[in-house]
Design a protein around this ligand. Structure first.
Ligand code: HEC
Length: 466
């Protein structure tokens, strides 16, 4: 071995020694770190980002509350978070950010994976606080429960069903409501619910406790149907809706798959609840079933401590809304097609939340506002539409949209066989459908809802976090 070769060998060896030390250090530090992660470190992540749905009676298929729950499902949890299947959050966080986002940060994900990798060490669990309220609901105890007067019988004939339902209630005195939660009984079948509050004038005659409790949604003769349900005032000589129907507070009950009830802090939103009234589901839509069953869904009502201070309104673009879909929503087979809809905003408003809606052919969704001075205000972008997760996305702070702005929504639909959710194989022409039955899952819709308040200075600094 010559001198040069000895030097070479030494150099080579030295590098190896340095590498060895580095790797050992790195390994030790990683090992140390992951070894330290115990249940109390990962519990808050799971409780905040998973347990909102994974509690008993929640949307998720099993509970993720206790150490035992979480350990039992550890392998599935690993799979669901590495594949980004869970937690479900379709909105593009590089476009707009929302309050209480259901996403894991990289470090949270890393922590969970390392903990599972080490076979879920329990550590000292005495100080771990379990969110006990999740055992029945992830909100506080409701102030009022309003059930169906009779369960709804769903015939297992493979058809979808649309019902209208009345849900009367009686209280000792008038009060205020912060929000209403619809609790589906047949979770797999309830597709959407839309409901209002009927406010009766105590000086007029009515008897909404009599009559039919629910009927298949009528296509015409609405007043006759409402009369049979006991919803109309008694003693009116004509059928003029203005004379026979009580006042209505619209959209007080709302439900969609994956939907978490929408509410804001105490002084935003809410409504007046007279001591006698009816929650009126003007429709509840059940998906098709081949097995007959009954549905006993119900409402949980949460009272507010005082009258609403800031009123919340809702705007709606697109199908059945305040603006037309352009071109009309017809999606030929084997095409990917884009539609737009836009609405002029006539006053300064503070947008609180947005909700895009499409059915199974939806591919992507994008909404923004253009101000009179041609600035763009981003609202929401969903690159990969998923029918199962249709949230009302609440902004971190109200987004101020000045008077004269135009809100634009752009939706792309994939009616080819490459869309795994396409209900038709081979694809067929799909359109908006007619009247009520346009709400069938296999027809399409293009809608953009936004909740807002009339603007007041300082709105953009209000925190909408829960
Ligand atoms: C918005 C509600 C929601 C949130 C938040 C949520 N899940 Fe889920 N999860 C569901 C629903 C609903 C399903 C059933 C989905 C399906 O069958 O397609 C599900 C399914 C799963 C599954 C698959 C079960 C199976 O057998 O295939 C796992 C695992 C899971 N969730 C873990 C998690 C974890 C871990 C988190 C938090 C990081 C989380 N989920 C957050 C609602 C939620």
């Amino acid at each position: 071995m010559g001198f040069n070769e000895i030097i070479d060998c030494f150099n080579h060896h030295r590098i190896n020694v340095v590498l060895f030390i580095l790797i050992t250090l790195l390994h030790y530090s990683c090992f140390k770190k992951s070894n330290d992660i115990v249940f109390k470190d990962i519990a808050p992540i799971i409780h905040q980002k998973c347990a909102v749905c994974h509690f008993k009676g929640g949307a998720g298929p099993f509970e993720l509350i206790t150490y035992t729950d979480i350990k039992k499902h550890a392998n599935k949890i690993r799979f669901s978070i590495t594949s980004d299947f869970m937690p479900p959050w379709p909105a593009d966080t590089s476009y707009t950010r929302f309050a209480d986002e259901l996403i894991l940060t990289l470090s949270e994900k890393e922590k969970l994976l390392q903990w599972i990798e080490k076979n879920c060490p329990a550590g000292d669990t005495t100080d771990v606080e379990l969110p006990i309220t999740y055992s029945t609901t992830h909100f506080r105890k409701p102030d009022l429960i309003v059930p169906f007067l009779k369960p709804i019988y769903l015939q297992g004939n493979g058809n979808e069903h649309f019902f209208i339902v009345k849900m009367p209630y009686h209280l000792d005195k008038d009060t205020f409501v912060q929000y209403v939660e619809f609790v589906p009984h047949q979770k797999k079948l309830v597709h959407h619910v839309n409901g209002h509050l009927l406010k009766y004038d105590d000086n007029r005659k009515f008897n909404y406790d009599t009559g039919i409790t629910h009927v298949l949604e009528p296509v015409d003769n609405f007043i006759e149907t409402y009369k049979k349900m006991g919803l109309t005032y008694l003693g009116s000589r004509d059928n003029n809706p203005k004379n026979v129907l009580p006042a209505l507070i619209p959209n007080t009950v709302y439900y969609l798959p994956g939907f978490l009830p929408l509410y804001y802090k105490e002084n935003i939103g809410g409504f007046y609840l007279p001591k006698n009234g009816v929650f009126f589901l003007n429709d509840i839509h059940y998906g098709p079933t081949h097995q007959s069953c009954v549905d006993s869904s119900y409402l949980r009502v949460y009272f507010a401590p005082h009258r609403p201070k800031r009123f919340v309104y809702e705007g709606q673009l697109g199908t059945h809304g305040m603006s037309k879909v352009v071109p009309p929503l017809v999606i030929p087979p084997n095409t990917i097609k884009t539609f737009t809809t836009s609405l002029l905003i006539p006053a300064d408003i503070s947008v609180l939340a947005v909700n895009p809606h499409m059915h199974l052919l939806g591919q992507s969704f994008w909404a923004f506002a253009i101000t009179p001075s041609r600035d763009t205000i981003p609202l929401i972008r969903i690159k990969k539409w998923n029918f199962n997760w249709q949230y009302y996305y609440v902004f971190k702070h109200p987004v101020v949209v000045p008077k004269g702005s135009v809100i634009v929504a752009i939706g792309t639909y994939n009616n080819t066989a490459s869309n795994p959710f396409n209900p038709n194989y081979p694809p067929i022409e799909v359109k908006e459908g007619d009247g009520f039955h346009s709400m069938k899952t296999t027809d399409e819709m293009f809608q953009f809802f936004f909740q807002y308040m009339l603007y007041q200075p300082g709105d953009d600094t209000i925190s909408l976090r829960k």
